[in-house]
Each structure stands twice: as C-alpha cells, then as structure tokens.
Design a binder for this molecule. Sequence first.
Ligand code: KG4
Ligand code: ZN
Length: 342
Amino acid sequence: MNPSHDHLITLAIETSCDDTSVAVLRGQTVISNLVSSQINRRFGGIVPELAARAHQAGILPVLRSALDEAHLAKKDINLIAVTYGPGLIGSLLVGLNVAKGLAFGLKKPLIGVNHIEAHILASFLEKETPTLPVVALVVSGGHTLLVLVKAIGDYQLLGSTVDDAAGECFDKVARLLGLQPAEDSMMGGPLIDQLAKHGNASKFTFPRPLLKDRNLNFSFSGLKTSVMNFLKPRSSNEIENDLSDICAGFQEAVVDVLVEKSIRACLDYGVSELVITGGVAANSRLRVRMKERSDREGIKLFVPSPAWCTDNAAMIGITGWLKYKKGVISTMELSPQPALQW
Ligand code: KG4
Ligand code: ZN
C-alpha cells in the first residue's frame, strides 16, 4: 500500500435517495459523517421533487458541519467522492454538482461512486475487513442482491429480486399493519424489528418465496400480498392484539430466505467470507440468524455497524478512496445515472 494514501483526506457526498450525507475520511478512517434525513414519507413514499429540493437546501450546511466536525477546511481536501447512481436523478444531480464544483475549484480528483458498490465496501470501514473474494448480500429499500466480489471493481451478480426489495417489503407491510411512524422520516423496517422482539415467530407462518428454487433470486411482492390477505378478514382489534406475533412471523419469513440464499451462494461459489449490508442488514433478527448459520457452515460473517449499513456518505468515501488507490478517477463529464447497474 502506498503509505501516502493513508493520509489522504477524502470528502464524500451521498444524495442518491432521501438522506443528505457528507463524510470526511483520513485514509480509511472516518473523521466525520453527517446524515440529514429531512424528507418526510407521509405521502407513502419519497416524492422525487421534494427530495431534490431538500437536498438542495441541506447540502451546503451539512458539508460545512462535516468539515467543522473534522476540524478541517476545504483546502485540506485531497479527493472528492460522490454517488452518481443508482438513485433519483434530481437528488443525484444536487450531490454531483456540489462535488464537481469542489473538484474544479480545488483542482482535486473527482471519483464517481456506485451506491450499491459502496454498500458492499462499507465493510472496509470496520477495523476487521474482509479478504476477497467475498459474497455480499445487499439488502436495502431499493435493492436486494447477491454479488460475488472478486476484487475491488470486479463483481459478478449472482442473483437479485425479481420484484420488490426486502426493505420495500418491510416498509409496505409496516404500512399495512398501520404502524404509523413516530416521525415522518422513520421507515417501517426498524418498527417491525422492534415489535418482533416481543413476538412469537411461529404463531403465524408466511410464505418463503423462492426458498426452494436453486437459483439465487429473491421475490418479496407475494409475501406482502400474503400479509395483506392474512389481515383482510381480521378486525383492527385482533390485529392490534397479535401485532408483535404478526411482525415476528413476517420478519422470520424474510430472514429465512435471505439467510438461506446467502449461505447457498457462499457454498455454490466456494467462498468462505460473507458480507451483509444495506438498510435491512441493520435488522437485529437477520444479524443473529445469519451469524448462527454462517458459524455452522464455517463461513466468516462481516456485518458493518448499523450506521454504515443504512445510507451514509462514509461508505461513498471509503469506496472512492479504494478506487482512487487503484488509479480510478472520473472526468468532469460524470453525469447522474439513475439506473446504474454493475
Ligand atoms: O440502505 P438504506 O438506508 O436505503 C436504501 O438505499 O434503500 O435502506 C433503507 C431500508 C428501508 O426499507 C428500511 O425499512 C430498511 O432499510 N431497514 C430495516 C431496518 N433498518 C432499516 N429493515 C428491517 N429492519 C431494520 N432494523
Ligand atoms: Zn442504500
């Protein structure tokens, strides 16, 4: 490793969805990471226009606070990493424009980062880092996929959801259950996670879609429909009384599928390390079950701390830094790619 890379100051910007986040890293170490979740989901989802406007209002104050917290000034920045996709075009544009402005004004390299790649490489923010190759399960509100990470920048998609993402399913089921978020910006997944802790997961059983299929794809929309059909004949009182058990039963179905397919991917590809990441990787039951199962199979499990699992700019910073070390630099023509794939 080039020792000078360890001291590089990376400024990272993430605005792909509804969190405005800026982080400052020295080498691989995060010095500051601010996440401002200011967009409400009271319309039952994210409104792209409102998201973009909120990013616009928030980005410069968040940037200033991240630098202040790191006790650094703009002149100290060595490289700028920014998410360029996938995500909402208007939101991505806000982060990209600020990043480009900084790179141009400070004459520093700009590195465009794929948001999903960053979720995976968030595992490199921890003290103990994986040794490649690893299998990565990315489970968020927008994505559910299994990826074979052969090297930084060398990925093979092993499977993905054919319909809803796991996090989306958590959010939709939370809404079906009438779990009104405490704050507008609160998502459904953590609420189900909390309630399920007091529930009996075997009282109600929900389907495990594609569990028995040999392929590594996922499907969650049928599971959501099955919860909907389960709730239909029940009164709100009955639902209220069984809320924790319903949450636990539903959560167990999602976790079963995620655990089985991830372990199968490791065994099929002869890989002995597994990373789970993305917002849903913050789920307490998933963390426990995946650990039990991977221990049994002799697979080493890496789960970034919850703050690095949900959307954050630190993961963009570490990915930008790792790419820069490999000689990757973007041009000023870097444009947002809402549907960016691998
Ligand atoms: O990665 P993320 O912050 O944003 C996206 O890129 O989507 O993931 C957000 C998703 C939401 O669907 C949220 O409900 C889910 O992650 N999530 C959880 C938990 N914490 C966040 N799902 C289940 N259990 C949790 N503890
Ligand atoms: Zn994400």
